[in-house]
Every structure is written in structure tokens, then in C-alpha cells.
Design a protein around this ligand. Structure first.
Ligand SMILES: [Zn+2]
Length: 136
């Protein structure tokens, strides 16, 4: 995280002066107060596309709509593998979404049953989400 972003983050209530900032609409011009009226009304115009904005943009509290993994409800998966010596293995794993092949490979290297010198000899057969447990 860059330090100015960090300052913005810890100081959420400060207002940001948009003057001279790059236009968010066209990405070409910068926001400037072009007239006395602009200054009075507290607005700025883009020098390129004339986009009008409020000079002081109050920083809204950062609300993340993607919660971190620990806050997310983890989904449970059954992972079955077959090793090169035709042994079958079953793992129960948790993941917020669905593990990718790369993540599964990494998992098998770290936690698998048939690993040698950092290489997994297991091939993923399937990885399915456990939606609900049935009573038998
Ligand atoms: Zn612009």
C-alpha cells in the first residue's frame, strides 16, 4: 500500500482537494477552477473534457464489498486424487469460492500423501462442494 493511500485510509474524514488532479472521466485533463464562479461554487472543470466536479471530494469510509477470507463463510469441498501408483486419496478442504487447479496443486504439494521433493504425484480426480450432509 502506498503511503498516501495509507494516510487516506487512516484519515477517512479528511476532504480531498481535487484541484489539479487527473480527470477521472477522460484521463487526459486535470481539474481546474476556470472562473471566479467555479471558485465560489466550489466546483472544478476538467481542462480537457469539461467534466464538472465538486472541488472537495469527501472521502467516504472505505467499505469493502469483498470481505477477507476469514470473514467469508468457507465452502467445504471433497477432493479426490489418484497417485501415479494408483492409490486413491480423499481430502476435505475449505475454500471461500472454489479452489483452482493451481491452488489444488499447491495444496497437494503441501498436504498431499504422495509428495516427493516438492512434487506431488497425485492427480486431481474431482473437487466437489459439499452442499449438505445426508444422514444415512
Ligand atoms: Zn476530462
Amino acid at each position: 500500500m502506498r503511503i498516501d493511500k495509507f494516510n487516506q485510509f487512516i484519515n477517512e474524514s479528511t476532504e480531498e482537494d481535487m484541484k489539479g488532479k487527473k480527470c477521472e472521466t477522460c484521463g487526459e485533463g486535470t481539474y481546474q477552477d476556470e472562473s471566479y464562479m467555479d471558485d465560489l461554487k466550489g466546483i472544478l472543470h476538467c481542462t480537457n473534457c469539461d467534466e464538472k466536479i465538486q472541488r472537495y471530494k469527501s472521502n467516504e469510509p472505505i467499505v469493502s464489498d469483498t470481505p477477507t477470507n476469514s470473514q467469508k463463510t468457507m465452502k467445504q469441498f471433497v477432493l479426490t486424487t489418484t497417485s501415479e501408483s494408483s492409490d486413491h486419496y480423499i481430502y476435505f478442504i475449505e475454500h471461500p469460492e472454489k479452489p483452482t487447479q493451481e491452488e489444488l496443486q499447491k495444496f497437494l504439494v503441501e498436504n498431499g500423501s504422495d509428495v516427493e521433493d516438492g512434487y506431488s504425484y497425485e492427480n486431481v480426480d474431482m473437487c466437489v462442494e459439499i452442499k449438505d450432509f445426508k444422514t444415512i
